[in-house]
Write a protein that binds this ligand. Structure first.
Ligand code: FAD
Ligand code: SF4
Length: 507
């Protein structure tokens, strides 16, 4: 009899492992279900993107001759869970087994493990490094460091290599990157895609069903097909890549995207492959159109960071999402859900997240992430927020970035030290502070930048853990040299700020 071939919403790849394993007569199952739309309150644009991309992909499969059993969210018979839909379709077509590609989410892996039908889980080979390869690389290492993993991946892929040596004689050109940026009306804007009829139908559905979720549904400009994704990649490679390295860490109030690619959603849904992206970037460099720091820096994000965090997610297992090495317990402040704030940086980062379901890496890491970490927010809440609000958020990539890199809740698996800073970093890399109620140069008093207060509060709360870290010892020496009266004003200011935060006041 036929078998069921499960294709999940982030598995929209024609040569997906489960599709390659299909035999003639097998039935592809795709399902829009409430369980997936609501296990966290996903941003409406994220739900719309996934549903529309699924519908377009199902149409392509049908056009390619596949039998597709597609469940729409509003189908009356829809059981509203993935396993429920597998059971229903199995009865319908007389199937007795399921072929699936391993989901990037432990919750779904567990659900498939409990499915009454036998499920064969194939490894997801859309990643350049398999889970087994990563585990072998990690074996016996005291610390897992992205930089060393990245070199292996450069060798493995041959990207920007001259025989066995890195192009340009260095693995990493980051010392040429990370500059502040200036507003520029002529900076190319990422392409936007006008909704077609399929997307419009999805938008109406999302409006009706998920109106309570945080985030604006319209204007909706995400691409929803592989063709759109290729347009986005091409646009980035030709227009934004040359300045990607320089502007990578910069933040501007009037420019939420700067020279970023905005391709993570397409890559994570499977509409683009990591290797084709990197080869396209490499070609720009080979043609002499972009500097080496831009091309190398970008390729590092994809074959380095992205593959590295995925390896860690797989290696660490399902309990990773509950880690809380620093014992942080504060509830997520209302500002994350759009509550009023006088902090310009938080207002901009959260505001663009609400409007676009997008913020770039430094906004996620050094504004919203930094603030949550300094304030001691429960990392499980922080994880739920990032998983909800970003269009590119799937557990395998979001959790190691949030629990690990950003909140240090894994105790140092992803990063060797916490990403914390005072207001000075934000001031250097952005134009936010000029328009802020708080004064970034003030270290104490009512108008002192909250990052300046909380930074020291955080370091002192965790002195025992971090004082011995050679990369942090200097900060403790700086603190110890400060005047006693100044130190107590800083700590009292932090305490007062945190109690206003806990009282739900607009900070
Ligand atoms: P660009 O800046 O143009 O970068 C290029 C590409 O590199 C991205 O498309 C992405 O695929 C990859 N990349 C860069 N950094 C990382 C990284 N640290 N981990 C994995 N891939 C990376 N990325 C996600 O894809 N999904 C998430 O849910 C996610 N959550 C994050 C949460 C936090 C707290 C932090 C600090 C980072 C998170 N990231 C996540 C990583 C990064 O912020 C996004 O990949 C990036 O902002 C996507 O936008 P872009 O395509 O314009 O990226
Ligand atoms: Fe953010 Fe502080 Fe700058 Fe205000 S002064 S924008 S709170 S860093």
């Amino acid at each position: 009899g036929p078998r069921l071939i499960l294709v999940l919403g982030d598995q929209l790849t024609p040569d997906l492992a489960a599709l390659r394993a299909a035999r003639p007569g097998d039935v592809v199952v795709m399902a829009e279900v409430m369980a997936e739309g609501t296990y966290v309150p996903h941003h409406p644009q994220k739900i719309a993107l996934i549903l529309s991309a699924m519908r377009h992909f199902a149409d392509d499969l049908r056009a390619g001759g596949w039998r597709v059993a597609y469940s729409r969210l509003d189908d009356a018979e829809n059981s509203q869970s993935i396993v429920g839909e597998l059971i229903r379709r199995a009865a319908e077509v007389g199937a007795r087994e399921v072929i699936a590609t391993a989901p990037g989410d432990w919750r779904l892996r567990a659900a498939l493990g409990e499915c009454p039908l036998p499920v064969t889980l194939l490894p997801d080979d859309r990643f350049l490094c398999s889970e087994a390869e990563f585990a072998a690389w990690a074996e016996g290492r005291k610390q897992l460091r992205m930089e060393f993993f990245y070199r292996e991946m450069r060798r493995k892929t041959g990207l920007m290599m001259e025989r066995d040596k890195p192009a340009g004689g260095q693995w990493n050109f980051d010392h040429d990157n990370r500059k502040p940026a200036k507003p520029d009306l002529f900076r190319p804007r990422p392409p936007r895609f006008a909704p077609d009829a399929v997307t419009e139908e999805v938008l109406a559905l999302v409006e009706a069903r998920f109106a309570a979720h945080f985030g604006a549904l319209r204007p909706f400009g995400w691409g929803v097909t592989r063709g759109d994704a290729l347009v986005a990649l091409e646009h980035f490679a030709r227009h934004a890549l040359p300045t990607f390295g320089d502007e990578q860490d910069a933040m501007l109030a009037g420019d939420p995207t700067l020279s970023h690619a905005l391709i993570s959603p397409y890559l994570n849904l499977g509409l683009l492959s990591p290797m084709e992206i990197c080869q396209r970037i490499e070609a720009e460099w080979q043609a002499g159109r972009v500097p080496i720091n831009a091309a190398e820096g970008f390729i590092r994000q994809i074959i380095g960071w992205r593959e590295f965090v995925r390896g860690i997610w797989a290696l660490e297992g399902p309990d990773y999402m509950g880690r809380n090495a620093l014992g942080h317990a504060r509830a997520l402040p209302a500002v994350y859900w759009g509550g009023k704030t006088r902090m310009a940086c938080m207002g901009h980062a959260v505001g663009q997240t609400r409007d676009m379901a997008y913020a770039h890496h430094i906004q996620r890491l050094m504004v919203t992430g930094n603030f949550a970490l300094l304030a001691g927010v429960d990392p499980a809440h922080v994880h739920e927020w990032y998983l909800s609000v970003y269009v590119d958020a799937f557990e395998w990539v979001e959790a190691p970035n949030t629990i690990g890199m950003s909140q240090f809740a894994d105790g140092g698996v992803v990063g060797s030290k916490p990403y914390v800073s005072s207001g000075a970093y934000i001031d250097r890399m952005s134009d936010y502070c000029g328009g802020c109620h708080y004064r970034v140069k003030e270290k104490v008093g009512d108008r002192a930048c909250p990052f300046n207060l909380l930074y020291w509060d955080f370091l002192l709360r965790h002195r025992e853990r971090f004082a011995a870290n050679p990369r942090m010892a200097q900060m403790y020496r700086t603190w110890d040299r400060m005047d006693e009266g100044h130190r107590s004003r800083v700590l009292a200011g932090a305490e007062a700020f945190l109690s206003r935060l806990d009282a739900g006041e607009a900070v």
